[in-house]
Write a protein that binds this ligand. Sequence first.
Ligand code: MG
Length: 279
Amino acid sequence: MHPLRDLEIGVMFWGGRDPVETIREQKALGVRCGQIGIPGDMNLEGAAASWKAALAAEQFTLVTVFCAYKGEDYADIPTVQRTVGFIPEATRSEREARTLECSDFAAALGVNGIACHIGFVPEDETHRDYIAVREMVRRICDRAASHGQSFALETGQEPAKTLLHFFKDTGRANLRINFDPANMILYGTGDPIEALGVLAEHVVSVHAKDGDWPPKDVPGALGTERPLGRGSVGMERFVEKLKQVGYRGPMNIEREVPDHQERLRDIAMGVGLLERIRG
Ligand code: MG
């Protein structure tokens, strides 16, 4: 596989369709690396061989396998709290097994990082959910470490300081962060550039995503995701901060709009924007 340059532009895309077709679609956007999201209902049994062959044939570098879970819903903040990640108790063991399966899938592809949204981490470290989630993250880190992988937590659902505390308390060397600047804004958790400074030493990968702050008059509402450069992140200052903190990995463009063609169009536009900013 070809070596990636510093701040290579990549894409966050989803599995579940034909591997070759999926990868060609990403390459047509002007990228040669990215992160694959694994939908909760994607059958991983026997899936690694065809993905591995497609990645090799297309000379496409996969940097992260992202796990998502059945039953997650990002409608608004209370719904996210109730349904996303490791916080909902009823689905915890099923999602742990699925995450371990994603780690094994990544290993079969030779990918050295997995990641997910673990959901809202409680601030109270004596809370039973906090303790259960911390132990679960430790077990996943240990499986990932057995494959030589990092396990990255996606940012956004809690302020940087809360995440950092959880992080230090969990105490696993391969626990890392996938930094998403737009999530900090969409969830109203703090200025993303400041947060990047706080979390920088743990950041293993980043999303390049944009968005606007939640409306002040609608309690529990999320902000609105926007095409890159059209939201409140400030892509120039984001890229400048990445350089300043010494981040050299890929910038994976993420666009979550439901319409497929609109998504592809916005990502292609984002590739052009990041190329101009990065230089
Ligand atoms: Mg993201």
